[in-house]
Ligand binder design. Structure first.
Ligand code: NDP
Length: 412
């Protein structure tokens, strides 16, 4: 491959916490990301990023204002900048429109969260998987969910399937944030998307079927104390998470797949109160002649996730516990990463949740730009070879380890 091809061009859409980390990390790897553009709705945020990157690395990036919901505007911007890949780090609502623009312009696509319609708090891959044939015909790739979860957790499963197991039967993904941001209530990524996700009924997958359990703030929610490496014992709640949908199709031999996330009692109590008074509603209500969507209004009042880093202390611990067969024996392995909020802030000016999402977004983009991940069509991360991605995690700030572990209990 020629040097010119290796020094690619990337267009990042969005200028929030995750986009900030991805832009910083791309700027640190000029041999792969020769030209960087950050384009978002609020131009001043792109400019703030440009100045910070200039100060930290002496590199100039390009910036633009764009409405990612407007396919014609997006296509025109792509045609002007001619990136190799569009990294969509705006919100899940924009996914399909950005994919449309990538198809029109003929450039590769990547995101970190699957599409969700504005009017329904429901996310699933079917809308984006429906683009497979069109991307294939165009000869371009769309890689879905290149954050941590989804993203690294999918790659951990692919790596385990390739190197550690003959078949994986039980998969538990555990996401622990043992950090403290010093606010009474705040969300670690976009508040609207976060609240829509955690107030939904929960599902896990067992013996080919989805089993539903109550939402994390409801009576009867499923939770247990898990002793995390570094972070210690934390209450972990069963939650539906989007990577389960593709993993149960692509990881062979699975009998059960579950996702767990830690929540403090303080966070859950705030959420219950907000829900009880109607502030988590996603429909329009009339307020003195104005149409207001309560959860959007709430977002305007809450701290910006990107701003939380200034006071954040503690660590995140995210990984997969997998039980299955190897050479006729039943084994359990735990692959995980520990990330420190304060270190993430020192390096990129944001907290570890944004960091653990933005770094894999950069690495995924690197896999496409350097020709490690090729192909045409729409793919989830576990469908692509995990080896170089796993190496890059160690190299670019998210080191992982594999340890032996006890299997997780069937019932908690
Ligand atoms: P933020 O809300 O901080 O940032 C979103 C950015 O997108 C903002 O800059 C916003 O603009 C911009 N934006 C929104 N709508 C448009 C539009 N129509 N056109 C152009 N720009 C737009 O979110 P985060 O950075 O916290 O999250 C980014 C994405 O990452 C989300 O999709 C989230 O779900 C995903 N995520 C994935 C994780 C994973 O592990 N896979 C974990 C955490 C997040 P403005 O500044 O004007 O509001």
């Amino acid at each position: 491959m020629s040097d010119a091809r290796k020094r690619g061009r990337i267009m990042i859409i969005g200028a929030g916490g995750v986009a900030t980390v991805a832009a910083h990390k791309c700027a640190q790897v000029p041999e792969t990301f020769g030209e960087i553009m950050v384009a978002s709705r609020t131009f001043s945020k792109c400019e703030a990023m440009r100045k910070d990157i200039r100060l930290r690395y002496g590199r100039d990036i390009q910036t633009a204002q764009v409405d990612a919901d407007n396919v014609a505007e997006m296509t025109a911007l792509i045609d002007t900048f001619r990136p190799d890949l569009v990294l969509n780090l705006a919100l899940p609502y924009q996914d399909l429109r950005v994919m449309d623009a990538c198809l029109a312009a003929g450039v590769h696509y990547m995101d970190t969260a699957n599409y969700e319609p504005l009017d329904k708090a429901h996310f699933e891959y079917s809308w984006q998987w429906a683009y497979h044939e069109r991307f294939k015909e165009k000869g371009i790739i769309a890689v879905l969910g290149s954050g941590f979860d989804p993203g690294v957790t999918n790659v951990f499963a692919a790596y385990a399937q390739k190197h550690l197991f003959d078949e994986i039967n039980y998969l538990d993904i555990l996401d622990c944030n043992a950090g403290s941001h010093g606010h009474a209530f705040a969300t670690n990524f976009n508040p609207e998307i976060n609240i829509r996700e955690v107030t939904q009924a929960v599902r896990y997958w067992e013996n080919g079927e989805w089993v539903e359990t109550p939402a994390i703030i409801e009576e009867g929610s499923v939770h247990f104390g898990f002793d995390y490496p570094v972070a210690g014992m934390k209450e972990s709640y069963l939650l539906y998470h989007e990577e389960l949908e593709s993993l149960v199709l692509n990881i062979k031999g699975l009998k059960r797949a579950r996702f767990w996330m830690t929540f403090s009692e303080n966070y859950l109590n705030h959420l219950r109160v907000l829900r009880n008074v109607g502030m988590t509603r996603i429909d329009e209500v009339d307020y003195e002649g104005h149409k207001v969507v309560p959860v959007k209004f709430l977002k305007a009042l809450l701290p910006e996730p990107a701003s939380l880093g200034t006071k954040y202390t503690g660590k995140t611990v995210i990984g997969n516990i997998m039980t299955g067969k190897k050479d006729g024996k039943t084994i359990t392995r735990y692959i995980y990463n520990v990330c420190d909020h304060e270190e993430a802030f020192r390096e990129t000016g944001t907290q570890a949740i944004a960091y653990t999402t933005g770094v894999p977004a950069m690495i995924g983009a690197m896999m496409v730009l350097t020709g490690v991940w090729t192909g045409a069509g729409v793919y989830n991360m576990e469908q692509l070879d995990p080896d170089r991605f796993m190496e890059a995690l160690n190299q670019y700030g998210l080191p992982w380890q594999v340890v032996e572990h006890e299997p997780l209990p069937d019932k908690v």
